[in-house]
Design a protein around this ligand. Structure first.
Ligand SMILES: Cc1ncc(COP(=O)(O)O)c(C=O)c1O
Length: 386
């Protein structure tokens, strides 16, 4: 262990997570200091929304702290089912199944969709690690296409035309660059080649589409995407994973998905908070509107200061730095001024594509953003980026 840790440390790749002494909100107390948070997935600032918090308190008082069992045996409560119906309504699908996390949804669902070498999983090269782990649990053949490259996807589909089941998997919004998968083109190619489509919409829920309905709504592909995976831990501000699709998909996942069958169900307070968060998203469109107002303003201002925001199209806005030492220097400098904007370096991204990744939130005020922009300008000058 020591040898491996020393190796990691030698490369500057060890984790040393800071500690929050407050809710994760736009201004946090972190390691004892007031800090503006630009590294959270809290896009709509629902982590401490009063209705969501109250729902958690009320359900905990009524049902207790834990569910007492796995869902399949004796751990399904009415509030779990209510949260699932609400998610299905929000996603405009027949049914949904809630998992303990987005991670366990991917790891649990993917292996149920293919059987052996006669099947193939076709995956974007930049898909999230939880998809990669899910694929690793299958015996199907694997093919990877270059990021968002539809010619490459078509070539793979041609190569595997004899495969029995073909499953195309893509992230909806890519979490390192903030770009969007061309799901409309993926869906057309899938139709042409008899493939199934699986999208991980963890960073698209609450962000893309009308009122934040997600990537399927963004491209108006209702009924054309076989499997949607989501997470409550990002825009929805709580915790938990989502599988959404047809009633048949729900029944299938419920009967075969090991990460769902073999793990205790969500605490009642969490289930109630999940339902409340979806209701807030559906009934209070101002959070979604504010998120995009902030996103458009911040990106435009960063670019006019001379920063390169890469291929971002969403509230994930990277400041491209190139070398990892520049990204780390910029992030440290920002932190000295009280702004948390984490550096993302190899192996999370290519060696020459290190960046400081920022994520917008509906809770950030114009004053917060202007303060951050001033700090970015002086920190960027100091590290020689602009
Ligand atoms: C694309 C993507 N999929 C899945 C997950 C996992 O979601 P959760 O935090 O709910 O486990 C994440 C979170 O990091 C993600 O970014």
């Amino acid at each position: 262990m020591k040898k491996r840790f020393d190796e990691l440390k030698g490369q500057g790749l060890e984790w040393n997570p800071p500690t929050l002494q407050s809710a994760n909100q736009p201004r946090v107390t972190m390691d004892g200091r007031t800090t503006i948070m630009l590294s959270a997935n809290n896009y709509l600032n629902l982590t401490n929304h009063p209705r969501v918090v109250q729902a958690m308190i009320d359900a905990t008082e009524k049902y207790g702290a834990g569910s007492g069992s796995v869902r399949a045996i004796a751990g399904t409560m009415d509030i779990h089912l209510e949260a699932e119906s609400k998610v299905a309504e929000f996603k405009q699908v027949e049914a949904s199944l809630i998992y303990s996390a987005g991670y366990t949804a991917n790891v649990g669902l993917i292996p149920t969709l293919v059987q052996g070498k006669q099947d193939v999983i076709i995956s974007d090269e930049l898909n999230h690690g939880s998809i990669i782990d899910g694929v690793r649990l299958t015996k199907a053949q694997r093919a990877v296409y270059s990021h968002n490259d539809m010619n490459a996807l078509e070539a793979v589909l041609n190569d595997y035309s004899d495969s029995d089941r073909k499953l195309i998997i893509t992230d909806g919004v890519f979490s390192m660059d903030g770009d969007i998968a061309p799901l409309d083109e993926i869906s057309s190619l899938a139709e042409e080649h008899g493939a199934m489509v699986y999208v991980d919409d963890c960073h698209g829920e609450g962000v893309l589409g009308k009122g934040g309905a997600g990537i399927v709504d963004h491209f108006k592909l209702q009924g054309k995407v076989d499997f949607e995976v989501g997470s409550f831990s990002k825009a929805l501000g709580v915790q938990g994973g989502i599988v959404a699709g047809s009633e048949e998909v729900r029944t299938h996942a419920l009967n075969h998905s090991r990460s769902w069958l073999l793990s205790g169900s969500q605490p009642p307070g969490v289930a109630a908070a999940q339902k409340a968060a979806v209701e807030v998203l559906m009934n209070e469109p101002e959070h979604h509107a504010k998120l995009w107002e902030n996103t458009n303003y911040f990106k435009k201002e960063l670019e006019s200061l001379g920063f390169d925001t890469g291929v971002s199209e969403t509230p994930i806005i990277p400041v491209m730095c190139g070398d990892s030492s520049v990204a780390k220097g910029l992030s440290n400098e920002m932190m000295n001024y009280g702004v948390m904007a984490g550096a993302i370096v190899f192996p999370m991204v290519a060696k020459d594509k290190a960046r400081v990744r920022t994520q917008m939130s509906a809770g950030l005020t114009r004053q917060d953003l202007d303060e951050v922009l001033r700090i970015f300008e002086s920190a960027g000058n100091k590290v020689g980026l602009i």
